[in-house]
Design a protein around this ligand. Sequence first.
Ligand SMILES: C[S@@+](CC[C@H](N)C(=O)[O-])C[C@H]1O[C@@H](n2cnc3c(N)ncnc32)[C@H](O)[C@@H]1O
Length: 195
Amino acid sequence: MGHKHHGKSSANFLDANEILSQLNLKGNETFMDAGCGDGYISKKAIEEFLPDGKVYAIDVYPDSIKNLKEYVAENEIRNLIAIQGDLTHEITAIDEESVDVILMLNVFHGFKASGEMDKVIEVLKKLCKVGGMIAIMDFKPIDTPRGPPIEIRCSHIELENLFRKHGFRKYFLNVDIGESIPEGKSHFLIIFEKE
Ligand SMILES: C[S@@+](CC[C@H](N)C(=O)[O-])C[C@H]1O[C@@H](n2cnc3c(N)ncnc32)[C@H](O)[C@@H]1O
């Protein structure tokens, strides 16, 4: 559907520390960076937030995963596992109900564009533990200096209704995060708990 943005990174406008510190990680969780792009969130997560945890970095774009695998090997990083995978299809490389926290940063709008939101939620739900979390951070559906067309952006309310249908409850919402724009901040972060 032409809105994949393979490998495009948010690194130059969204701060990994700001995002990861919202997730209240204890340090031993299994974390998944779903649609990881260049993996800047995964790298920061394993290096500073998850000393005893594990990170799965997943992207459909082969070059992103190849580069991330090289980075992991060169830096001898333990427990950062880069996997090429399509989030609209079962990810067999990861055990069912084994992930504590899944983050999709600037990824979910692509599935609104392709009409695959329900499919992706079901794929991720399978991997998420009961009591585990799915965090979505994306552009607010307002005019912002960068970001996808407004028609394919979701509001946090739309996401809440969608995730409720799939057996998740809203756990946390921050509507003021991301880049500074005249209206405040560019993004929202919403976290759902699998019931
Ligand atoms: C805008 S980029 C964001 C990358 C990263 N999360 C960040 O914020 O820097 C969207 C990413 O989602 C990936 N993506 C799109 N569709 C996907 C799918 N079906 N399965 C896995 N990854 C996908 C793209 O390849 C791209 O790297």
